[in-house]
Design a protein around this ligand. Structure first.
Ligand code: ADP
Ligand code: MG
Length: 635
């Protein structure tokens, strides 16, 4: 007898389940997508033990006719397509007709469902894919599916599940993605009896962000709206201070589907270049609307990865969308102190006068008692950040999961619009004809601000209205130099300055070769260099940029340029950063008021006056109110 047999249907379903159903989060995804396809406007997901022992998904969608319920659990049972041609026109989330069959094959399932036209609902119970009971039940229109004991009959798969808290984290992340993808649906997620998030379903994306990540984040995002080459980008990106040490808070959607794609991530992060410190990743919720023929989502069984037919068009659209949002915003970081209250008692006991440490980059104040560190909002350890972690980090730990998560005060549908607008902190633009951006207003304020002076020979103090601004003079000058250089290089302007005493440098053979192989780039950058004997060069001109150019720095810049040069010609960004930083006004230098004024004016004419090229802040602000709070004039 031959050894080939046809697998029985149940075994086939169990195998198929392996493709679609990997863990509780995938069950939740499939069930919620079915609810969305059923037209639900409110979906509740409840899990216990990370979803391993219990998952319940309840929706107020169209429900299933009693005759259809059992059929829905058959493999290739779907109400969504009839023929292969339908695939092209598909707008629903699922279509392969195997999710329910796959889930049922590896768990114990209970379905309660009723359509609007039926009087009574239907209750069907299945175990390991087999129907064990069918009965009538009283229930409201819609569907509730309970999945118990996932993988109880497939131990090999059960073994691959992580601990409950980790699985709960995956489900939570999945729910965050689903909620962000569908602002028009109210999602409620309950974990071990506690509501983790609840979105209003009022179609307003900022309300969803508010519900999921809290008011701190919702206050710190910038709206994105852009259309280019038929690709529409909308959503929100975070101000630089909301950036995190990983990419967990980056959410991309293509036509309502959560996806991952390297080009999108690159476009986002390139738009933030020089706004963020190294290893900091921006927050984003970006919806991309693009014609379905222009991409393929079936690359991955769980439809997460996507391939575009014209990737560079999508890259450009996202890049410009984000860049536009960032460049019309004022990105001054405000110093507030969420931890201040908590720390104050300890500080008072420790007695010495309070030191407000604002994290000087260049030199910590020497020989002073250890400063009391006030958390400034962009610091990674700030508590505000930790809160966002807890909701969205897919690996939130048991201890955190156990903490009660207060249910957020939800804006009521329809009501949310008005108060949430205030989150942006600025009123409507005064001029209706020519829109004044937040950025323009910010620059105007700084231009008008009174120069108070300088502290520590390092920070410039300005005052305008009820706000004090502190400008890091070195960072400011670095930014000015960087933008000048970048602009002149990209526009091919000649901006050399002849040096009084030509500078002669001896180079290594590699350095010498590199320099002469890239001579055109060096000229573009403003250098005039000639050979001056074996491995020796003479520099006759240097880039003419604000603050001048110290020839002593040439070697260091050359080193950086070599270390970061690509195959192609052109000067690396890193080399430009280095050139901007060297010879920029140093910290610890006294500046006169007119010099300060000139610096501020130049700074405000840059494209991004808010961070230095390394992503450190250039300007921070402290409100009078904040100072009054610290001096206990107000509480
Ligand atoms: P698919 O979604 O690919 O069609 P599924 O196995 O996920 O396949 O679901 C099978 C069918 O069951 C769906 O086509 C739909 O008709 C029905 N169904 C599943 N979940 C629901 C629900 N929550 N509300 C109404 N109908 C549902
Ligand atoms: Mg489905």
């Amino acid at each position: 007898m031959g050894s080939i047999v046809i697998l029985d249907e149940n075994t086939a379903n169990q195998i198929a389940a392996g493709e679609v159903i990997e863990r509780p989060a995938s069950v939740v995804k499939e069930l919620v997508e079915n609810s969305i396809d059923a037209g639900a406007t409110a979906i509740t997901v409840e899990i216990k033990n990370g979803g391993i022992s219990y998952i319940r998904v309840t929706d107020n969608g169209c429900g299933m006719e009693s005759d259809d319920v059992e059929l829905a659990f058959e493999r290739h049972a779907t109400s969504k397509i009839r023929r292969i041609e339908d695939l092209d026109r598909l707008t629903t989330m699922g279509f392969r007709g195997e999710a329910l069959a796959s889930i049922a094959a590896v768990s114990r399932v209970e379905v309660r469902t009723k359509t609007a036209s039926e009087q009574a609902g239907t209750l069907v119970a299945l175990e390991g894919g087999k129907v064990i009971s069918v009965s009538q039940t009283g229930c409201s229109t819609g569907t509730t599916i309970i999945v118990r004991d996932l993988f109880y009959n497939t131990p090999a798969r059960y073994k691959f599940l992580k601990k409950d808290s980790a699985e709960a984290g995956y489900v939570s992340t999945m729910m965050v993605r689903l909620a962000l993808a569908h602002p028009g649906i109210s999602f409620k997620f309950v974990n071990n009896g506690q509501v983790q998030h609840h979105t209003p379903g009022n179609r307003d994306l900022i309300s969803v962000i508010y519900s999921l990540f809290g008011s701190e984040t919702a206050k710190a995002v910038l709206p994105v709206e852009h259309e280019e080459s038929g690709i529409r980008i909308s959503g929100f990106v975070g101000r630089p201070e909301t950036a995190r040490g990983n990419r967990n808070n980056q959410f991309f959607f293509i036509n309502g589907r959560t996806i991952r794609n390297k080009a999108l991530t690159a476009a986002l992060e390139d738009a933030y270049k020089t706004l963020l410190m190294q290893n900091k990743f921006p927050f984003c919720v970006l919806h991309v609307k693009i014609s379905p023929e222009l991409y393929d989502v079936n690359v991955h069984p769980q439809k997460l990865e996507v391939r575009f037919s014209n990737e560079s068009a999508v890259y450009m659209a996202v890049f410009h969308a984000v860049k536009g949002a960032l460049s019309s915003a004022s990105l001054i970081r405000e110093v507030t102190s969420p931890e201040y209250e908590a720390q104050e008692s300890a500080a008072f006991q420790a007695a010495p006068p309070e030191q407000v440490s604002l994290e000087s980059q260049d030199k910590p104040a020497p020989k002073l008692p250890p400063p009391q560190r006030l958390q400034v909002p962009w610091e990674p350890s700030a508590r505000t950040g930790a809160k966002a972690d807890m909701v969205a980090d897919s690996r939130f730990e048991a201890s955190e999961a156990a903490k009660p998560v207060p249910e957020l005060a939800l804006p009521k549908p329809g009501q949310a619009q008005a108060p949430l607008k205030d989150l942006f902190g600025t009123g409507e633009p005064a001029e209706p004809i020519e829109p004044v951006t937040e950025r323009d207003r910010g620059a105007q304020v700084l231009r008008e601000a009174e120069i108070i002076g300088q502290v520590f020979d390092t920070y410039i103090i300005l005052q305008h209205g009820h706000t004090m601004y502190l400008v890091d003079q070195h960072a400011a000058h670095e930014r000015i130099r960087y933008e000048t250089l970048k602009k002149r290089i990209s526009e091919g302007q000649s901006f050399s300055q002849v040096v009084m005493e030509p500078y002669i440098v001896k180079l290594s053979p590699e350095e010498y070769d590199f320099l002469f192989s890239r001579m055109a780039d060096f000229e573009k950058a403003g250098f005039e260099i000639e050979s001056f004997g074996p491995q020796t060069i003479i520099i006759r001109s240097v880039p003419d940029i604000p603050g001048g150019f110290a020839l002593d720095d040439f070697h260091e810049i050359l080193d950086r340029w070599m270390a970061t040069a690509g195959e192609k010609s052109g000067i690396s960004d890193e080399a430009i950063y280095m050139m901007s930083c060297k010879s920029a006004i140093k910290a610890n230098r006294r500046m006169e008021k007119d010099e300060i004024k000139a610096l501020i004016d130049q700074l405000l004419s840059t494209e991004n006056p808010y961070t230095c090229v390394h992503g450190r802040p250039v300007i921070i602000s402290i409100s009078q109110r904040e100072l009054e709070k610290r001096f206990k004039r107000i509480i």
